[in-house]
Write a protein that binds this ligand. Structure first.
Ligand code: GDP
Ligand code: IMO
Ligand code: MG
Length: 422
C-alpha cells in the first residue's frame, strides 16, 4: 500500500486538521511528519471544537493509530497539556498514539532562544509562534539535539549539557529568564511521554505498508512556509512540502500515493513576510471577520487577501499535487466580486513564475469573477453549486491543471462536499 500525503499549499491554516479528520475513516494510520506545536489544527463535529498542536488529527475517528513522526519536534510540556485536555473531554489517546524515538525534543531553553532571537531581530522579526521551533531544528541539524529515544540513555546529563550551552547564548543576548519553573513542567512532560509507546516509527510504518495498511501523512504549516521553497527567511524551520513526508516518516518517494494539496478560496498569512495579494482595506477585514481569521494557537489576527495562483501553481509543482481541496468557499458567499491573482508584474514585466524573492516591486495582476452571492454552508452536493461558483472553481482547476476533489463550505466535519470518489 502507499502513503497518501495531505499538506497545505499556502501559508498554513488552510484547514488541514478538518480534512485529515474527514479522510481518516479511509486509513489505518495517521502520521504527522514535521513541525511541532507551532501548528494549530482545528476540528469541529457535533458541536464540539478541538485545536490540535502536536497530536495528529486522526484521533477522533474510531481507534486509528496516530503517530508523531521522526520529523516532528515535540515539546513535552505542551504535549502533556494537550493530551490531558483531550482526556478531560473524554478522549483517551494512550492506546492509539505512538511517538517516534527519533522525534527531537523542544527544550525550555529553545523556547527562550526563539523569543530572544525574535527580540534581537527587532522590526525584521519573523513573527514566530514562540514555541522554540527554529532553535530545536537548529540543534537537530547542528547535531546537538535530544530525541525521545534518548530518554533511556543518560538523559539528565545530555539535557544539562544542552541547557548549559543554550544558557551561554541566552546570557550573551542579555536575556532575563526563570528556567527553573519552565524545567519543572518540562520534566513532568518528560515523565508523561514515557507513558506512550516510543517506537521506531520508520519500521512500524513500512511494516504496516507491507501488510496492506493505508497511511495518511498529515502536514503542518504550508508550502509557502517551507524552509527551502517558502518565502525565505519568513518561513518555518522544516520541510513542509511532500518530500518532508519521506524524510519525516522514513518512507521512500516510491511509496507516496496521492498528494492532497489544500488551499483556501482566498489566502491568509500570520506573522511577517511578503504577501502580494494582501488586502489592507475593508474587503480584507470582511474576509477576516467572516472567516474568523484569528490564529488558533496565538489568537493573532491573520492577514487576509485574494487567492494567489502564481504561488499556488508553484506549490502544486513542488509537491506533485494529485488532488486539490478548496476550503472556506463559504467565506466569499456575500462578495459581489471575487479576484484571483494570475500573474506578477515585476518592474513592468509580467510573469506567471514564482520569483526567487517576493519584494515590494511585485505587483499582483488579477482576474475578476462575479461573486456567487448565495449561502453555501448548508449545501450537500455539487449539484447545488451556483454557476458563478462553478466558473470560479473551473478557472482554478484549469490554471492549476489539477482537479478539485473536495469543497469545504463550513468548519464542521459534515460541511464537506466530496466531488468524486476514487
Ligand atoms: P489548519 O492549521 O490547516 O488545520 O487550519 P486551522 O485550524 O488553523 O484554521 C482553519 C480554520 O478554518 C479553523 O478555524 C476551522 O474550523 C475553519 N474552517 C475549516 N474549513 C472551513 C470552511 O470550509 N469554512 C469555514 N467558514 N471555516 C472553516
Ligand atoms: P498550521 O499547521 C500558520 C508561521 C509563523 C511565522 C513562521 C515561523 O496551523 O498551518 P515558527 O514558530 O514555525 O518558527 O514560525 O511560520 N507559522 C504558521 N502560520 N499556520 C501554522 O501552522 C504555522 N506555523 C508556523 O506565524 O510566520
Ligand atoms: Mg492552523
Amino acid at each position: 500500500m502507499s502513503v497518501d500525503v495531505l499538506l497545505g499549499l499556502q501559508w498554513g491554516d488552510e484547514g488541514k486538521g478538518k480534512i485529515v479528520d474527514v479522510l481518516t475513516p479511509g486509513y489505518d494510520i495517521i502520521a504527522r511528519f514535521q513541525g511541532g506545536p507551532n501548528a494549530g489544527h482545528t476540528l469541529e463535529f457535533k458541536g464540539e471544537k478541538y485545536v490540535l498542536r502536536s497530536v495528529p488529527s486522526g484521533i477522533f475517528q474510531g481507534g486509528k493509530i496516530n503517530i508523531i513522526g521522526n520529523g516532528v519536534v515535540l515539546d513535552p510540556a505542551l504535549f502533556k497539556a494537550e493530551v490531558e485536555a483531550l482526556e478531560v473531554s473524554g478522549h483517551d489517546l494512550s492506546k492509539h498514539l505512538y511517538i517516534s524515538r527519533k522525534a527531537h525534543l523542544i527544550l525550555p531553553t529553545h523556547r527562550l532562544l526563539d523569543l530572544a532571537c525574535e527580540a534581537q531581530k527587532g522590526s525584521g522579526k519573523i513573527g514566530t509562534t514562540g514555541k522554540g521551533i527554529g532553535p530545536a531544528y537548529t540543534d537537530k541539524t547542528g547535531r546537538n539535539g535530544l530525541r525521545t529515544g534518548d530518554l533511556d540513555y543518560n538523559f539528565e546529563v545530555k539535557y544539562k549539557e544542552a541547557a548549559a550551552r543554550h544558557e551561554i547564548l541566552l546570557q550573551q543576548m542579555n536575556c532575563e529568564y526563570d528556567l527553573a519553573a519552565l524545567e519543572k513542567e518540562w520534566f513532568e512532560g518528560i515523565d508523561f511521554i514515557r507513558k506512550f509507546p516510543l517506537i521506531d516509527s520508520e519500521h512500524f510504518i513500512n511494516n504496516a505498508l507491507q501488510n496492506g495498511e493505508k497511511v495518511l501523512a498529515e502536514g503542518a504549516q504550508g508550502t509557502l512556509l517551507d524552509i527551502d521553497f517558502g518565502s525565505y527567511p519568513f518561513v518555518t524551520s522544516s520541510n513542509t512540502v511532500c518530500a518532508g513526508a519521506c524524510t519525516g516518516l522514513g518512507i521512500s518517494p516510491s511509496k507516496v500515493g496521492k498528494v492532497y494539496g489544500i488551499f483556501k478560496a482566498y489566502c491568509t498569512r500570520v506573522g511577517s513576510g511578503p504577501f502580494p495579494t494582501e488586502l489592507f482595506d475593508e474587503t480584507g477585514q470582511k474576509m477576516r471577520n467572516l472567516g474568523c481569521e484569528y490564529g488558533s494557537v496565538t489568537g493573532r489576527p491573520r492577514r487576509c487577501g485574494w487567492i494567489d495562483l502564481v504561488a499556488l501553481r508553484y506549490a502544486v509543482m513542488i509537491n506533485g499535487v494529485t488532488d486539490l481541496i478548496m476550503m472556506k468557499s463559504d467565506v466569499l458567499d456575500s462578495f459581489e466580486t471575487v479576484k484571483a491573482c494570475v500573474a506578477y508584474n515585476i518592474n513592468g514585466v509580467e510573469t506567471e513564475d514564482f520569483p526567487f524573492e517576493i519584494n515590494d516591486s511585485v505587483k499582483s495582476v488579477y482576474a475578476e469573477f462575479p461573486g456567487w452571492q448565495t449561502g453555501m454552508t448548508k449545501m450537500q452536493s455539487e449539484s447545488e453549486f451556483p454557476k458563478e461558483f462553478n466558473a470560479y472553481m473551473s478557472f482554478l482547476e484549469k490554471t492549476l491543471d489539477v482537479n478539485i476533489k473536495i469543497i469545504s463550505v463550513g468548519p464542521d466535519r459534515e460541511q464537506t462536499i466530496i466531488r468524486y470518489a476514487e
